[in-house]
Design a protein around this ligand. Structure first.
Ligand code: 5GP
Ligand code: MN
Length: 322
């Protein structure tokens, strides 16, 4: 079994780098730090790396201060490069310069391109955190509160507090087991979800006022454009939950959030409730993700991007209705 093989490699090798994806989220940071803390306890020479800025909201996670920018480790040669929560290798951004004897790909995106020398891709897992939990167990390391906090946060954030359709019995069982390690899970919820920056709410206000409905209210579109970010310190702000407001409108099946990340470049997040496969839309534009949550980047002028997104959503809805 591939998970046991990976656990064996982690036990055997000494120089190990772990990377998360760009625009890191709770799952990528949480699963990276859980594995980092577990390997540290085994006295491994392990680095937790990023090629990007990290959202400060996760700074409470044990090991967060140890995460280093991969730029500083360009010349180092690792035995293993563990890539977490990335559907494709380009998701690690600047960390692609890291040299390693072997790449191990651990992920839960159905679109995963199996880019590793070893690939553990479980699209049924709610989060990469769930898979890393299994691997740590297979390594035979005693999970401590530190790893438990990281894994719980990974699972919590990728399931939207255990409410998205990716949440399973196994998800709850793993979360329940993690809670037995004795951390205050209510406090984690507060630190992640009741910890807004004022600027974040101002930005949310702008996103909400952009909301438009189509197809009799079954499609929702939300936008944040370059000018909306003026005067706002983006470093501490995560906008990844904004799209939930669009999706959670009662009549909506399919929602998109267009965010202008630099002039003429738009990150588009898609969500669906029950019917539409939004991953299929994103794959057409070089992105990916899950059936009910996916993303891609589209370049061009705003009108082109907006028309493309609306037309793709309308088409996907029609195709599914047939
Ligand atoms: P979000 O919309 O929150 O950025 O992402 C939703 C899901 O789609 C996440 O699981 C994320 O990893 C995936 N995703 C978002 N953007 C991209 C992308 O550009 N490429 C790929 N392969 N996956 C993406
Ligand atoms: Mn994930």
């Amino acid at each position: 079994m591939i998970a046991s093989k990976i656990a064996g490699m982690l036990k055997e090798k000494d120089n190990i780098a772990i990377v998360s994806h760009v625009m890191a989220d709770g799952d990528s940071i949480g699963s990276m730090l859980a594995l980092y803390n577990a390997l540290k306890k085994m006295n491994k020479n392990v680095s937790a790396l990023t090629g990007d800025k990290l959202p400060k909201v996760y700074s409470f996670l044990p090991g967060f201060q140890d995460i280093r920018n991969c730029d500083s480790l360009r010349d180092k040669n690792y035995d293993l490069l563990i890539v977490l929560d990335c559907g494709s290798l380009d998701r690690i951004g600047l960390c692609s310069s890291i040299k390693a004897g072997m790449i191990i790909n651990i992920d839960h995106h159905i679109t995963n391109s199996n880019f590793g020398d070893l690939n553990l891709v479980d699209a049924k897992a709610s989060s990469t955190g769930e898979i890393v939990y299994q691997i740590i167990k297979l390594m035979g390391v005693d999970i401590s509160k530190d790893e438990a906090v990281c894994l719980y946060t990974a699972i919590l954030t990728d399931t939207g507090c255990f409410k998205y359709s990716n949440t399973t019995l196994a998800t709850h069982q793993i979360a329940g087991d993690l809670i037995t390690y004795g951390f205050d899970f209510g406090k984690i919820h507060d630190m992640v979800y009741s910890n807004y920056e004022y600027d974040c709410l101002k930005l949310l206000g702008k996103a909400l006022s952009s909301l438009q409905l189509y197809e009799g209210g079954r499609i929702a579109l939300m936008e944040l454009l370059y000018d909306d970010f003026k005067g706002i310190n983006l470093e501490d702000i995560s906008t990844s939950e904004f799209i939930d407001y669009a999706r959670d409108i009662g009549t909506v099946e399919e929602a998109a959030f267009i965010k202008e990340t630099s002039l003429g470049e738009f990150k588009v997040s898609f969500r669906s409730k029950r019917i539409v496969d939004v991953r299929a839309i994103c794959e057409k534009y070089g992105g990916g993700g899950h059936i009910r949550a996916a993303g891609c980047t589209i370049t061009g002028d705003l009108k082109y991007v907006r028309d493309t997104v609306i037309n793709e959503m309308k088409k996907a809805l029609k195709d599914e209705m047939v």
